[in-house]
Design a protein around this ligand. Sequence first.
Ligand SMILES: Nc1ncnc2c1ncn2[C@@H]1O[C@H](COP(=O)(O)OP(=O)(O)OP(=O)(O)O)[C@@H](O)[C@H]1O
Ligand SMILES: [Mg+2]
Length: 396
Amino acid sequence: MRILLFSGKGGVGKTSVAAATGVHLAAQGKKTLIMSVDPAHSLADSFDLEKTLFHGATFDPVKVADRLFLQEVNINRELKRHWKDISSYITSVLRTTGLSGVEAEEMAIFPGMEEISAMMYVNQYRKSRDFDVVILDCAPTAESLRFISLPATLDWYMKHIFAFQRGLLKAARPMLNRLSPAELPPDSYFRNIEELFQKVEGIDAVMENPQLTSVRLVTNAEKMVLRETQRAFVYFTLHGLTVDHIIVNRLLPESVQDSFFAAWHASQRSTLAEIIRYFYPVPTKQVPLFAQEVLGYERLQLMARQLYGSTEDPSAVTRDTPPYSFMREKDHYEVRIHMPFTVKGEVGLFKKNDELVVEVGTIRRHIGLPTTMTSLVPVKARLNEHMLVVEMKEPA
Ligand SMILES: Nc1ncnc2c1ncn2[C@@H]1O[C@H](COP(=O)(O)OP(=O)(O)OP(=O)(O)O)[C@@H](O)[C@H]1O
Ligand SMILES: [Mg+2]
């Protein structure tokens, strides 16, 4: 099963491009699911589905055309399905602080629940082979980054906190319950966490495998949007995901000759050139601004034709080198991280346990080292074309 993840700044056209891609794949004979991971779902709207018929029903895959399904992960539904014990415990704690029942229930929805739920589905579909392709229509960049960094965070939590907390509570509960103002988590809470963890286990490896998962960044030919796209590119790369296409949406067609748009034409042209240069060798696709909103099946088909012509397979694997690799050189080892346009001054490096920690701006990535390299320390880094090369040696 192929996973295509569409991300980018708010409003650039992620949902439209994701939906158009789904329409195209289904027409090519692939059983495709488009899943919205954005809490502000607009996927069903993009297909212009009859609200009375479909509203609320998209929390499970809904068939919208031959071989084409939609799913909008719904947090209220997920709370009941997968988070029952966790949320009822958190709600009970919040109640002891004086919040009313409904408020406490609202507060018990915390960031990340939706993303974890979506990941559980992706993992489940992968195992059951229900679909040939799953397309993820993500929330604007910041939240999609939370989505992709969750598996690592969860893993860390399970390794370092979970067992400890659970064990401690088991032993000390009778005493603590008498002292603590709030009820302590019951074992069902821990069981629930464990179940969730099992359901997402393995998904990080799937997302970091370029044969299975590709990221497509949607952008507009505007300076401000481009900056965010560049940051997104670095973050996805640092998280080990492979960006294999940049999609520049809403380009003003040449046929628009009104003098009002003259400056727009000029700035779009130069920003587009900048985009192509920056992301090279990652290819750039272009989509014009249409005369109308991209709404309903036919207009999605029109957009798909712009994107893929009639024959291109959007699920094809076009970049199979992962964003970083480990190499052995004569007298040292190297970690090579594919990372265009980051200047050296912005990159921080250090070693923490078995991991190399790379900091770019405010984002930090732990790169798990292969066992042969765990004793090494980073000595220097150089930027080589589009590659950040970190040299690692035995400590002196
Ligand atoms: N090439 C285009 N031509 C005309 N309209 C477009 C084009 N691309 C997208 N739109 C329209 O722009 C609006 C926003 O698009 P869309 O919802 O796909 O963006 P998004 O990136 O998913 O937004 P959000 O960040 O809110 O999820 C929609 O009304 C859509 O129909
Ligand atoms: Mg959207």
